[in-house]
Structures are given as structure tokens and as C-alpha cells.
Design a protein around this ligand. Structure first.
Ligand SMILES: C[S@@+](CC[C@H](N)C(=O)[O-])C[C@H]1O[C@@H](n2cnc3c(N)ncnc32)[C@H](O)[C@@H]1O
Length: 319
């Protein structure tokens, strides 16, 4: 039976054997494909369960005998649930199962939203404007699943403001290559490229919907960008080619992801380049950033801390 699993993570694909030991669920057989929106989840499923997994912004075409969708208020936004339900409906699987994590009433509310007209195609994308001093507001598009969908992140905006001001003041008219890691819909990179002349952009995100939104914005804003789907930074062919790194990393999982960002920054920057990150509270991130860059200057903006580090040269003594 050709089965598509939507919304499942590696941790959801275990069951207990008779002795209570965790093992890969037996129902995860060879004809099952796990769809993920984040490439990290795809890699985790492949590594942990050796199962078939794909990562894409939209669900893969069938035919599917069964589609199982795992969702709930703690797993994803209501809008993303509806968007994916809509896609599942269009796939017309022979059977559909909703694996709802949460209260029965929440499950019923979700299904009630599509009950009368399951075939209605709603556009859940959102458009909103953002700006930094000296430029006209820029219109951004975001899509469900993408970080900062329907809203602007103040941390990202603080980072864009500090970086554009400094690059305008310090870099004169020199052309610059900028890497925006964890780009989301591209807020930071596109604002900086609007404010500073002659910036060429590379963007990376592990989430396929972020990559989709950043590509839409490159087109609509009219600024070319190479947008890469990756949870491990830029490819090695780009090592040592960037003048500026910007990153607004997520801070869950004990700075593990911030570590991936900073490791990429150190690999990607040219000597003389600068790494900028942003966070709410510098005390947690500063020691992590110092492991990669010995100098960290803190610039306060909008209640956030922008951590700025010059990159001097490559040294085998540093991680
Ligand atoms: C806090 S959001 C910042 C988004 C955007 N730069 C902004 O400031 O609005 C962090 C982003 O990092 C992405 N992310 C998480 N882990 C990642 C990884 N290992 N590699 C690349 N991006 C990652 C998330 O998908 C998310 O889009």
C-alpha cells in the first residue's frame, strides 16, 4: 500500500517492542514515504529509521492509497494545518487518516473548517511591509510554515538596521557578497541589499517554505538571490567567499543551531569579513560566538543585541 506520511518527525515513528524497547514502527514499510517541510527532519528520519523521506514545500503527487497527517496546535499553526489539509484533498488519496495531537474539540474545529467545502482552495500567503532608515518600505510575502508568517520579526529587523547602517558608513561603494543564514522569507538580506549598493545575496534555510518565500521575494522585490535549502550551511565551494554574514538563529536546543550558524559563518567569510548575529539576550550567545570569533562587540537595538565579530584570518587553532 503506497502511504504518504505528512507532519511526522523521526521521534513519532517509534513503537515499543514486547520488552518495552523503542524500535522503528513496523507499519513504516518500504512503500511509505515521509514528507517533511524541514530538511533537518528529512535527514533525521533517514538516519534514524532508514525510511524513504522527501523534503519539499508542497506534497508530492500520488497516487496514494493512504495519506496520514499528524497535526495539532503544539505541532504547527492552524493555518499550516489547513493549508496541508487542502493539499491532501487535492491529492485525492484512496484513504485519509488524521492523527490529531490535542483535544478532540480542536480536531473537530479543524475538520469543521473544511467540512462544507473541502475543495475550496484558499491562499494562505500574506503580504506585509518592512523598512530600514533611508529606504522606501519593501513588500514581503510569507507563506504558512515560514518563520514570521504574517508578521515581521523585531530581532531580524534590528539586525537589518544595524548591518545596513554599518555597511553604508564603513564600506563606501565597494561591492559586497552577503550570506543570510536562516533567511526565513529573506527579511534581513533583502532589506540590507535595498539599503546598501552593490550587494550580492546568498540565502540559506533548512525549511522548504522559507526557501519558497525567499524565492518569491527575490522575484517580487527585484533583487536576485541564490537561495539554498540546507541544514548544514553553504556548500564548501563557497568557503571563504563572503564579506558579510548575517544570522538570526533559533535559540532552542541549547544553542546547537546557533553553533551550526557560527561554524558556517567562520567557513564562509573571507579574511576581513564580518559576522553579525542577533538575539534577545547576549549572555547566552556571546560565549558561543567567542568560540568561533575571539572579538564580539554588542550593539543594542530595539531591545535586541546584535553581536558583531570581525574575521581576521584562518587559523587551525580555532574550531
Ligand atoms: C529566527 S528565524 C529568522 C528568520 C529571518 N532571518 C528573520 O530574521 O526574520 C530562524 C530561521 O532559521 C531557520 N533554521 C533553523 N535551523 C536551521 C539550519 N540548521 N540551517 C539553516 N536554517 C535554519 C529556520 O527555518 C528559520 O527560518
Amino acid at each position: 500500500m503506497k502511504t504518504l506520511l505528512v507532519g511526522y518527525r523521526a521521534a513519532d515513528l517509534f513503537e515499543k517492542d514486547r520488552r518495552g524497547r523503542r524500535m522503528t514502527a513496523r507499519w513504516l514499510d518500504g512503500d511509505t514515504t515521509c514528507h517533511t517541510l524541514d530538511i533537518y527532519d528529512r535527514h533525521a528520519i533517514e538516519k534514524t529509521h532508514h525510511a524513504k523521506a522527501i523534503c519539499s514545500a508542497h506534497l508530492p503527487a500520488g497516487p496514494w492509497d493512504l495519506v496520514k497527517f499528524r497535526t495539532g496546535p503544539k505541532l504547527m499553526s492552524g493555518e499550516l494545518s489547513l493549508d496541508l489539509l487542502q493539499e491532501i484533498h487535492r491529492l485525492s488519496p484512496a484513504r485519509f487518516e488524521l492523527d490529531y495531537v490535542g483535544r478532540e474539540s480542536g480536531r473537530n474545529d479543524l475538520l469543521a473548517k473544511i467540512k462544507d467545502d473541502p475543495g475550496r482552495v484558499r491562499d494562505f500567503s500574506a503580504r506585509w511591509k518592512a523598512s530600514v532608515p533611508g529606504i522606501e518600505p519593501v513588500e514581503f510575502t510569507s507563506v504558512p510554515g515560514c518563520f514570521c508568517h504574517r508578521r515581521l520579526d523585531e530581532g531580524g529587523l534590528a539586525l537589518a538596521e544595524v548591518v545596513s547602517r554599518e555597511l553604508r558608513e564603513q564600506r563606501g561603494g565597494a561591492s559586497l557578497r552577503l550570506l543570510d543564514m536562516g533567511c526565513g522569507c529573506g527579511l534581513v538580506g533583502f532589506l540590507v541589499a535595498k539599503a546598501v549598493p552593490d550587494v550580492s545575496l546568498v540565502m540559506v534555510d533548512s525549511h522548504s517554505r522559507a526557501v519558497e518565500a525567499a524565492n518569491i521575494n527575490a522575484e517580487n522585490i527585484g533583487i536576485p538571490a541564490e537561495v539554498i535549502l540546507s541544514d548544514a550551511g553553504t556548500p564548501s565551494r563557497m568557503d571563504g567567499t563572503f564579506d558579510v554574514f548575517v544570522g538570526n538563529p533559533p535559540y532552542y536546543s541549547d544553542y546547537r543551531i546557533a553553533d551550526v550558524f557560527l561554524e558556517t559563518a567562520k567557513r564562509a567569510l573571507k579574511p576581513g569579513g564580518v559576522c553579525y548575529t542577533v538575539c534577545k539576550n547576549a549572555a547566552g550567545l556571546e560565549p558561543v560566538q567567542r568560540r568561533y570569533f575571539p572579538d564580539v562587540e554588542i550593539v543594542r537595538r530595539r531591545g535586541y543585541a546584535v553581536l558583531k565579530s570581525p574575521f581576521y584570518r584562518r587559523s587551525s587553532a580555532m574550531p
